[in-house]
Each structure stands twice: as C-alpha cells, then as structure tokens.
Design a protein around this ligand. Structure first.
Ligand code: URA
Length: 235
C-alpha cells in the first residue's frame, strides 16, 4: 500500500551542520530544513499517475550538495521498495565502478529523471518526465553539481532534450553554462552485455579526471583498474 510517510526516514535526514562557523551553520541549517520540506513535497506529489502506483517516491542518495550528480531514468522494483535510487543490480554495478575510481557517496548525489517507478519498468513517458521536471530542477539547485553523469539514453534525452543515440554520444563532454555533462551507457545495459563494460568504465574515469581538473577532488593515489564483477565482493 502506498503511504505519504516515507518508509525510509534516512533519506530525509538533513546534511550535517556540526563543526561550522556560526553563519555557515545557520545557512546550512536553513538549507537542511528546506531540503526536508522538498523531500516531503516529493513524497506528496501527484503530478502524474505514477504517484498512485508507486510504493515510495525515490528522491536521492549520497551527498548534498555534491560536485557530481548522477542521473538515471527512473526507479525500478528494488528502488521503489527501498525509496532510494540505484540500489538494485544496476546500482550494485554502478557502485562497483564508482568505488574502483575512488568515488564515494560523500562526493556524489544519485537521482533519476522521474521519482516514481513506471509500472513494469517501462521507460517514463514524455508527459511523466515533464510532470517531474519542476521537482528535478529544484533538486538540481540544492545539489549545485559541476559535473553531471547521465546514465543511459532516457536520462540523456530528457536532461538535454537531444535525441541522438546514446552509443554515439557517450564519452563526449557537453559543456553548458559552466556545467560539464557526460552521457554514458545505463548500467543495466552493461549487465546485459558485458562487452560494453570498458565504455562505461572509461566514462566514469573521465568524470573522475574532470572533477580533479576542476580542483573538486584530490588526485587519486593509485591507478584505478576496471573491476570485473557485478557487485562489491563484501556485498
Ligand atoms: N535504473 C534507473 O535508471 N534508476 C534507478 O534508480 C534504478 C535503475
């Protein structure tokens, strides 16, 4: 049964405000309250029909703000159950690739074009993406990313408004208004065809290097190697 109460209260937890000078702490506390309000509004959203078939509204995981924003298509079954994006098999592969590049949840914010699961894991329609857009825009302003990794053709299409094939445009930076946007393959595609793994890996490496070049991350102290499995061994 759908409920307006988030089943996972963790995800409304505001960013930490401790150990900051008073003015900065006040700003952060204010932002935290606004973020809590934003997540509440997402949970109550009925801007399209997906709001009535979902279990949970899936807003985010990771950090806030964050230099890197990862954008997928829409929640799948596991995400719908847990109320967090990319926690199923695709998310496990994604995390494996990120971690092998020294990227942790403290440095990135994960979300989707639509916040509610399209039934049967179909692609979100144009209307559903449009209905979700105001909330997505607001989220983007909270996150204030410099680098954006678009996961798959649907994220690419709805984020940029372009319709080129993802295999053609992946791996090529789009610079827009001071943002650096990298389209890549969806991890689910790579799970179906492991020969594509080196492509998504190359794109995650390029994202890491861009964040370093922008002075947003310290250079890695090791040479990252492409992991071979589907999820972390400790999982
Ligand atoms: N696929 C997506 O595009 N997003 C998710 O959150 C999970 C799977």
């Amino acid at each position: 049964m759908m409920s307006d109460k988030p089943s996972n209260p963790d995800r409304v937890q505001p960013p930490q405000v401790a150990d900051q000078p008073a003015a900065a702490a006040q700003t952060a506390a204010c932002e935290a309250a606004n973020w809590g309000d934003f997540v509440q509004r997402c949970d109550n959203c009925r801007n399209c029909d997906l709001g009535s078939s979902r279990t949970n509204c899936v807003v985010w995981r990771g950090a806030l703000p964050a230099p890197l924003m990862l954008v997928g298509e829409g929640p799948g079954a596991q995400e719908d159950l847990e109320g967090k994006p990319f926690v199923g098999q695709s998310g496990q592969l994604l995390d494996l690739l990120l971690q092998a590049n020294g990227l942790t949840e403290q440095q990135l914010h994960v979300c989707n074009i639509v916040k509610c699961r399209p039934p049967g894991n179909r692609q979100p329609s144009e209307e559903e993406a449009q209905a979700c857009r105001p909330l997505f825009r607001e989220q983007f302003l909270f996150v204030r990313p410099k680098v954006i990794l678009l996961l798959g053709a649907t994220a690419y299409r709805y984020f940029t408004g372009r319709r080129d094939g993802i295999t053609k445009v992946r791996g090529q930076w789009i610079e827009n208004n001071g943002y650096f946007i990298m389209p890549t393959l969806h991890p689910a595609y790579v799970l179906r065809d492991n020969r594509q793994r080196d492509k998504i890996w190359a794109d995650v490496c390029a994202v890491r290097l861009k964040l370093e070049a922008l002075g947003l991350l310290e250079p890695l102290q090791f040479v990252p190697a492409m992991p071979q499995g589907r999820k972390k061994e400790s999982n």
